[in-house]
Write a protein that binds this ligand. Structure first.
Ligand SMILES: [Zn+2]
Length: 259
């Protein structure tokens, strides 16, 4: 995975992650991959593409980048375990990007996963996750049919971190920085812009990034294809749109592609 930008609120800057074979020689084997779990977009389901979700794999750890409906199933199809998911990064709170979050949190609780999962997202994600956790409580209180099991409040298994423009976090040495964008339609004169935001993510391996004068995008992946009721998306205009500002490789990503 190197030099990729994913169009749909995610940016992977190059030189990004060391390939598994390159890192192995240094004794710090980090098998890194970016897997497009779901490349559809919008509320209408598609028979060939799942809702928006991606898996960033760093060694044994998996980070979900958006969690649309079906994200857990797509993880399984990619050969990844839900138990390996350490954190979820949500770009914005639209349901096509968050519909699978309930399953991520609920199934993880049902599995008895120990430790906290962290949900990173823009302002508004905390209220959403609080609601999802509250919805898990009746099921968690009723138990999973395992004799002698302890009740663990779902709220104890999750941490939420809201990120604003320019915020940065570290994931296993990978630097993630955010940039706010405008993806909502706020009415004028209210306080919605203080309460909510949408963000894009940029992933950099710092020690590699500092060596290059300026990290450059080498390849652009287009995801979040919105077909509506037409199953055949005309991708030519999408590629042409990227071509206006980028003359490198441009790809239409498919579900379960690996980079
Ligand atoms: Zn969307």
């Amino acid at each position: 995975m190197k030099g990729i930008a994913v169009v749909a609120l995610i940016l992977l800057a190059a030189p990004a992650l060391p390939a598994a074979d390159a890192a192995g020689a240094a004794g710090a084997a980090v098998a890194s991959q970016f897997i497009t779990l779901g490349t559809h977009g919008g509320p209408v389901s598609d028979r060939n593409r799942s809702q928006p979700a991606n898996a960033l794999v760093l060694g044994q750890a998996v980070y979900l980048v958006d969690a649309g409906d079906g994200a857990v199933q797509q993880l399984a199809r990619a050969g990844l375990s839900l138990a390996a998911v350490r954190a979820v990064l949500i770009s914005h709170i639209h349901i096509d990007h968050t519909g699978g979050l309930f399953a991520v949190l609920g199934l993880r609780h049902q599995m008895g996963s120990t430790g906290k999962i962290t949900i990173y997202g823009p302002p508004g994600i905390k209220a959403m996750v609080d609601g999802l956790l509250a919805a898990i409580v009746p099921e968690a209180e009723s138990g999973y049919g395992v004799p002698g099991e302890d009740y663990v409040p779902p709220q104890n298994t999750v941490e939420v971190v809201e990120l604003r423009d320019g915020a940065s976090v570290k994931l296993d040495g990978l630097a993630v920085t955010t940039a706010e964008n405008t993806h909502y339609s706020f009415p004028k004169g209210g306080d919605m812009d203080r309460r909510f935001a949408s963000i894009s993510f940029r992933f950099d391996m710092p020690e590699v990034g500092q060596m290059s004068a300026r990290a450059k995008v080498h390849r652009v992946l287009i995801t979040h294809l919105v077909a509506g009721r037409d199953p055949n998306v005309d991708t030519a205009p999408l590629v042409a749109g990227v071509r206006k500002w980028f003359d490198g490789p441009v790809e239409i990503a498919r579900d379960l592609d690996r980079y």
